[in-house]
Write a protein that binds this ligand. Structure first.
Ligand SMILES: [Zn+2]
Ligand SMILES: [Zn+2]
Length: 177
């Protein structure tokens, strides 16, 4: 759908997650994925000692400077994230950068864990490509308040969001031309 590249950056020990994340972006959005591994989880520098969680906004600000790119870029972190008034967030996206936290996706059942991961990746990249939240609770762009919302939704955007994506992608190719 999108004739462009996306970048996924993760600590090198997240091999399985990297493979699933790349496959998700290829399958759902038709993105060419560049995978980059790093030696540490950057979340560790932004832990709020009182909450024992990572300040998502601060981490995002840092990552923007660390890797200056125009491509949609997703960073994976092991740490639990929070922003402003929320107790936690599964991920966040701003302009071309997104962060997805694995922390609350973990499950003894590997299939459940991977399915959650794919949905959260798909959701945040949906934002990077221009989608907003969707009212359809089966759509990947539905806002997850709890992990149950994530388990309930699909990894794909609904037909309405797909249509929006097609418009956005044609807008991008016109712009590029
Ligand atoms: Zn969202
Ligand atoms: Zn939708």
């Amino acid at each position: 759908m999108f004739e462009m590249d996306a970048v996924i950056v993760a600590p090198r020990w997240m091999e399985r997650e990297l493979a699933e994340a790349s496959d998700t972006l290829r399958t759902i959005y038709g993105l060419e994925v560049q995978v980059e591994t790093i030696n540490e989880d950057k979340g560790r520098y932004f832990i709020d000692q009182n909450r024992n969680q990572v300040n998502g906004i601060k981490l995002l600000g840092y990552l923007r400077v660390l890797k200056d790119t125009k491509l949609p870029t997703v960073w994976l972190t092991e740490f639990d994230l929070y922003i402003n008034n929320f107790n936690f967030c599964f991920g966040l996206a701003y302009r071309n950068i997104a962060i997805v936290s694995l922390f609350r996706l973990r499950n003894q059942n590997e299939k459940v864990y991977i399915s959650r991961l794919r949905k959260e990746i798909s959701h945040e990249v949906g934002h990077l490509l221009g989608l907003k939240h969707c009212a359809d609770d089966k759509c990947v762009m539905y806002f997850s308040n709890t992990i149950m919302d994530t388990d309930n939704k699909n990894e794909h955007p609904c037909s309405r969001c797909k249509l929006l994506l097609r418009r956005l992608s044609s807008g991008i190719s016109t712009h590029r031309a």
